[in-house]
Design a protein around this ligand. Structure first.
Ligand code: FES
Length: 129
């Protein structure tokens, strides 16, 4: 979904959107998760590398709005280096807070990140069995 409301985002959000650190994919990922946003149809995919129960590398591909891309990148930053159980507890609010807040009408966009991360962790656990 295109964002037509210029100036609605703070500088942290715009920086993450224009220069995401974790954009991309991981070949031979240990876990992959995908989440879709029912409200807008946007989709996010997360790739994980896991070692000793910790997330050692994480990348995302998001087909979504400015807030979704910024939230995906912020989520990756929060998740990298965490144990799987710590990462499972990352909330949309933590993601939005780490971005210095999102406009109210865009709060739902951060849900993509936490959902896709949980799915990737579940996928990793399933692959391991
Ligand atoms: S409008 Fe779709 S995730 Fe933001």
């Amino acid at each position: 979904m295109a964002d037509s409301l210029g100036g609605m985002y703070n500088s942290k959000v715009m920086k993450r959107f224009s220069k995401p650190k974790f954009a991309g994919e991981i070949k031979n990922a240990d876990g992959v998760g995908e989440a879709g946003n029912m409200r807008c149809g946007d989709v996010m995919r997360v790739y994980l590398k896991v070692k000793n129960n910790k997330i050692t590398d994480i990348r995302f591909k998001t087909f979504g709005c400015v807030a979704a891309i910024a939230a995906s990148d912020a989520m990756c930053q929060l998740a990298r280096g965490k144990t799987l159980s710590e990462a499972m507890k990352i909330t949309d609010k933590q993601i939005a807070d780490s971005l210095g807040g999102l406009p109210c009408i865009k709060l739902h966009c951060s849900v993509l990140g936490s959902n896709a991360l949980k799915k990737a962790i579940e996928n990793y656990k399933k692959n391991k069995k």
